[in-house]
Write a protein that binds this ligand. Structure first.
Ligand code: ATP
Ligand code: MG
Length: 411
C-alpha cells in the first residue's frame, strides 16, 4: 500500500470522465422526471442492520462485499452497497406511508469490496428509481419501460437486451423452493461451498452461482415457471403483454434470479455484449416484502439501479462543454481581466490566457475550442474597440468594446 495511490478499485473522475458521468446522471433524471419521479438523497452510510436485514444473509453483498466498520461510538456502520435499502429505511423512518404512491430517483456512490476489474469497482456510482405503493403489473410495465427509454435516450437502446423473468408470489416461491431442494439435494456434495450454504438458507440463490460446476448442475434444475400459481402466472402475462404493447423488446429468461433476497414477481436485467464480462448495465425487480420485512407497514415496491460507470462506457458522445470566447491582450493585461470579468458576468464562457506571446495565446484558444478570439490591441483600445476574430471562418472585424456582449450572445 502506498498512501499516495488511490485505494484499489477507486478512481478519480477527471473533467472529461465526469462530463460523461454527469451526462448519464442528468439524462437519467430528466427521463424519470417525465414519469413524475423526484430525487431522494439518503446518507451514504447507514447502520449495518439496514443492509444485513434486507439484502439477505446469503447474498454476496452481505457475506463478502460490505464496507463495515465500528465508528467512534461503537456503532456498526456500513457504507451503502446499493440504494434500495436506504430508501426503504427513509420511507419507514420518515413516515412516508401517508404519501403513496411514491416515485423516487437517486444517484450517487456505492461501495462494495469486490475484485476490481473493468466495469467492477469498489466505489462505483448508480442511478436508480423506486416506486413504492403500487401493487399491479402496470407499475412493473412502466418501471421497466422507463429503464428502456433511458437507455434509448443515452443512445444505445439497440445495444442492450432486456431479460425478464418472474420469481412468482409467496406460494409459487414456496412450491419452487421445495422442488429445487429436492432436485439439488442429491448433488449436495458436488456443489461449491457457497452453494451448499445457500441450499439450506435460500436455494434460489444457487441458480445465480458463478461456479462452473454449479452451473452444470443447475442446468437441469426445475424452473420457477413450472411452480407458478395461476395468479402469479397472470401477473407475469400482464407484464410481458404490457411491454409488448409499449414496443419494448425483451426475452424471457427463465433462470434469471436477482442477487438480493427481497425480490418477488418481476426480475429483469439489461445486458450488453459490448463491455466484456461486466455485461449487466441495469437491473431491478419487484420487492413487495422488503418494507414489511424491515419493520415498516407492508408496502409493495419495484425499482431498478444502473451502474453509471458501465453506462458511461457505452455513451458515444457526451455533450461538449460550451465553446468559450478567448480574450487575448496585446498590451494591458488588467484591461483583459476586466473585460473577461464583464463578459462572464453577462453569461459567456471566457478563456483568458495569462501569459505568452500572441501565437502561444492563439494556440491555447484553439486548444480550448474557442469560438471567437477578442484581440485587445493597444491602438484599438485607445478607440474603445477590439478585434473580433471568428476562429471557425478566420473572418475578422473591429468592434466597439461596449457592443461585445450583444454581438457574442447573439452568435
Ligand atoms: P454483477 O452481477 O455485475 O455483480 P449485481 O447483481 O451485483 O451485478 P446490482 O446489485 O443489481 O448488481 O447493481 C445494479 C447495477 O450496478 C449493475 O447492473 C451494475 O451496472 C452496477 N454495479 C454493481 N456492482 C458494481 C461494481 N462493483 N462496479 C461497477 N458497477 C457495479
Ligand atoms: Mg455483484
Amino acid at each position: 500500500m502506498s498512501s499516495l495511490q488511490p485505494v484499489r478499485g477507486t478512481h478519480d473522475l477527471l473533467p472529461d470522465d465526469s462530463r460523461r458521468h454527469r451526462f448519464v446522471e442528468e439524462t437519467a433524471f430528466s427521463v424519470v422526471k417525465r414519469y413524475g419521479y423526484g430525487e431522494i438523497v439518503t446518507p451514504i452510510f447507514e447502520f449495518t442492520e439496514v443492509f444485513s436485514r434486507t439484502l439477505g444473509e446469503t447474498s454476496d453483498v452481505v457475506t463478502k462485499e460490505m464496507y463495515t466498520f465500528a465508528d467512534r461510538s461503537g456503532d456498526s456502520i456500513t457504507l451503502r452497497p446499493e440504494g434500495t435499502a436506504g430508501v426503504a429505511r427513509a420511507f419507514i423512518s420518515g413516515g412516508l406511508a401517508q404519501s403513496l404512491p411514491l416515485k423516487l430517483f437517486y444517484r450517487g456512490p456505492m461501495f462494495r469490496h469486490e475484485r476490481p476489474q473493468k466495469g467492477r469497482l469498489r466505489q462505483f456510482h448508480q442511478v436508480g428509481v423506486e416506486l413504492l405503493g403500487v401493487e399491479g403489473p402496470q407499475a412493473d410495465v412502466e418501471v421497466v419501460s422507463m429503464a428502456y427509454r433511458l437507455l434509448c435516450a443515452l443512445g444505445f437502446g439497440d445495444k442492450v437486451q432486456l431479460e425478464i423473468n418472474t420469481l412468482g408470489d409467496a406460494d409459487s416461491r414456496a412450491a419452487y423452493r421445495a422442488a429445487l431442494v429436492s432436485y439439488l439435494d442429491p448433488f449436495r456434495n458436488a456443489l461449491s461451498e457457497d452453494s451448499r450454504a445457500r441450499l439450506d438458507k435460500n436455494p434460489m440463490r444457487v441458480l445465480d452461482s458463478k461456479d462452473e460446476n454449479d452451473k452444470r448442475i443447475v442446468a437441469n434444475a426445475p424452473l420457477i415457471q413450472d411452480c407458478l400459481t395461476p395468479a402469479a402466472k397472470e401477473f407475469f402475462t400482464q407484464v410481458t403483454d404490457g411491454l409488448a404493447a409499449l414496443g419494448v423488446p425483451f426475452v424471457v429468461s427463465p433462470k434469471l434470479v436477482r442477487g438480493l433476497d427481497y425480490y418477488c414477481h418481476t426480475a429483469f436485467e439489461f445486458t450488453t455484449t459490448a463491455l466484456g464480462a461486466q455485461g449487466t448495465v441495469l437491473a431491478g425487480g419487484r420487492y413487495d416484502g422488503l418494507v414489511g420485512q424491515m419493520g415498516g407497514p407492508a408496502t409493495p415496491g419495484i425499482g431498478w439501479a444502473a451502474g453509471v460507470e458501465r453506462l458511461s462506457m457505452l455513451v458515444e458522445t457526451a455533450p461538449e462543454p460550451e465553446r468559450p470566447v478567448a480574450v487575448i491582450p496585446m498590451g494591458d493585461a488588467m484591461a483583459a481581466l476586466v473585460l473577461a470579468d464583464r463578459l462572464r458576468t453577462a453569461g459567456l464562457a471566457v478563456e483568458l490566457g495569462f501569459s505568452g506571446n500572441m501565437k502561444k495565446r492563439m494556440a491555447r484558444a484553439n486548444k480550448a475550442n474557442a469560438r471567437f478570439a477578442i484581440i485587445l490591441g493597444e491602438d484599438e483600445a485607445a478607440r474603445g474597440a477590439a478585434t473580433l476574430r471568428d476562429l471557425d471562418s478566420g473572418a475578422q472585424e473591429e468592434i466597439a468594446l461596449a457592443a461585445l456582449e450583444e454581438r457574442l450572445l447573439r452568435s
